[in-house]
Design a protein around this ligand. Sequence first.
Ligand code: SF4
Ligand code: SF4
Length: 429
Amino acid sequence: MSQTIFTVLLVITIAIFAWSASRVIRILMLTRKAYPVKELGERFKLTIVNAIFQERIFRNRIAGIMHALVFWGFCVILLGSIEMVIDGVLGTERILAFMGPFYNFMMAAGDISAYVIAVFVVVFIIRRAWLNIGRLHGKELSAINHADAFFALTFIFILMITLAGLNIFYVAGHPDYVGSYPVSALIAPMFAEMSPKGITLLHDINWWVHIVLIFVFANVLPYSKHFHIFMSVPNVFFSRLSPLGKMYTMEEITKEVRMMMNPETAFAAADPGEQPPSRFGILDGEDITWKNYIDSLACTQCGRCSAVCPANMTGKELSPRKMMIDIRRRMREKGPHLLKEGKGYSDQKALIRDYITPEEIWACTTCNACARECPLNIDQPTFILDLRRYLVMEESAAPAQLNAIFANIENNGAPWQVSQQDRMKWAEG
Ligand code: SF4
Ligand code: SF4
């Protein structure tokens, strides 16, 4: 009976998760291209250093160590969760015990991690709720963002407590238990007086609460900032590898310039299948690239980027974290309509102005401090650059000082208000 209930729950979980994941993938397919994903060796190296060893996280020593231990703890606990799923479907108990010393090691690491993570999660909740840590309280974070963070932390806390509970009552109820549970084995003797029935009941309650919470959590994640649990490793793998600060050229513009330099090519036949650009830069959700989209899904809202942003620090409206939150909010709002009605769908709103103001867009110094600091290699400046490209190329809506520079480049071939004939006058003394 319990096997059947478990299998039904598992199938429902997988079906809902597959639906959520397929929606994300279908929206991803609608996005524009960014750069080709080459240099796989370099990407694997980056993923190991940044995602697995959490290199950037350690820039903030104490919070970094805690976060990294939580991440690694989750990785080792994963084996136990896989075992629980197999046990649940087959009606077995601790089926992976045949792995011997490796199993003992993983169970021991998972047992210790459960207690360590539970303690750290309490510290994270205290930091967030009572310590005045600036980067956790930007004005771009709504009550929903804060509730999301507390909800996920509470969820993780209960997951760890129930994992510890099922280990304790498993050890207490099995004198010949398999695996190694260094912390739980110390606590289990406290329940020596309890009846075997009571111990089994408490074990089963912890087991079911733990696994059902995992199922629920897996399906809440795609709608939470904690989706980064799934997205952070792929996002690091797909990082941009070109040096920060290097601005990519726009193919359509490069082509125009080439035609100006060599007018004969202007009459050459277009490449087969070539479409004229629908829009220069980014105005709204349908203009973003696949990298912008996965960046927004991977963002943990940790605020490290905004904490180092010179514009943000000096009181300007710009917050690179907000840029990622805005992409995600907009895609959640418009993405399903784009899927249903195609790229032509309009709700009379756009990322620019309804979510991100021109004031924010022009406040960026393109210093790239945000991209350098982000633990997930998110590339905020390239997104901001594309928003500017839209404003300049589609609306001619650049700030007045820039318009003067553009006019000079157009008329004089240089940003200064000096004609080409007079260019060398400065050298005459
Ligand atoms: S590149 Fe722009 S958004 Fe990023 S830190 Fe510098 S000023 Fe802030
Ligand atoms: S963009 Fe990166 S640094 Fe900024 S909030 Fe998101 S994860 Fe943190």
